[in-house]
Design a protein around this ligand. Sequence first.
Ligand code: SF4
Length: 359
Amino acid sequence: MTDYNSPTDRLLDWYHSHKRSLPFRESGDPYLIWVSEIMLQQTRVDQMLPYYRRFVEAFPTVHYLARADQQEVLRLWEGLGYYSRARNLHSAAKVVVSDYGGKLPETADELQKLKGIGPYTSAAIASIAFNQPCPVVDGNVQRVLARYHGLDGDLRKRDTQKHIESAAAEMISRRHPGDFNQAIMELGATICTPKNPSCTLCPLAGECVAFKTARTDEVPYKSPAKKRPHHEIGIGIIRDDYHRLLIAKRPEDAMLGGLWEFPGGKQKVGESIEETVARELREELGVDVLVEQPFMQLKHAYSHFSIRMRAYFCRITSGTPRPVSSTEIKWVRADELGDYPFPKANRKLTEALQNQLLI
Ligand code: SF4
């Protein structure tokens, strides 16, 4: 029977009657829970759902994923960002099949031996898929618990984070840890929202310090983030005599590793953007080029920096292109660009090129 005196049980009770219906929650399948948790890192549920559906349709089990070609995995991940998540998930799937007989390990410690699974994700999988009492603390949980306990500390400080982690460990349900973790995350996402929380609908309102002291707009406190650096990027678009375009594959261990791009890079101090393009193409492909007319420019914001990308049509004046700093280069027709995984900013470029070159 539900004990209505316990905030934990009240939270669980609220969750069972209010939870959103999500495909991975209903499944109970550890593989699907794993995929969903990796996709949910840095991404909201409504953003990840279409990707999740496409991904598990293509790779319904860990065996399908382990057998897949990496380019196919990256192509399905394209647009979701943080591509190391896809590469790590793919290589961990191979390990699950080869070393664990296709079954995901059940404990948080063992799960953390797999690529891409850190403390947060291992706790989420272990609790949701295997009912292990591992508390999960994401941004939503931090906000709920900071308000519930009236914690003033800066959320960016490790001390405050530890305090919240202890509070989560104390509050977690021993009988239903997976449901508890999902309940508190759901409460943060739908009721205890950053602005104007719906406290009158909240199952924790009776004890919540921030609510009782009318400080929900002050708690939690997070000091301002550092300003993101900005980079100017010069890009070269090279066509051959057959109107094919030169694209390069980024090294596996680089940011956006395994994805394709048009060669180019960051502008250095004192360089014109045309000089940047010529230098980058010399360094990346071992060719000298004439930087001809500009094609387009666009801005893009990554999590830790922003860029303005300026792309120019270029003509090779000496040398034969080779993959000096990339793993592979290819000449492709404009109508084939969609077959290759590109980062978001480069994808805008491929679409603009297709619009211009395929009419
Ligand atoms: S009472 Fe309000 S502030 Fe407190 S946990 Fe609930 S929604 Fe958040």
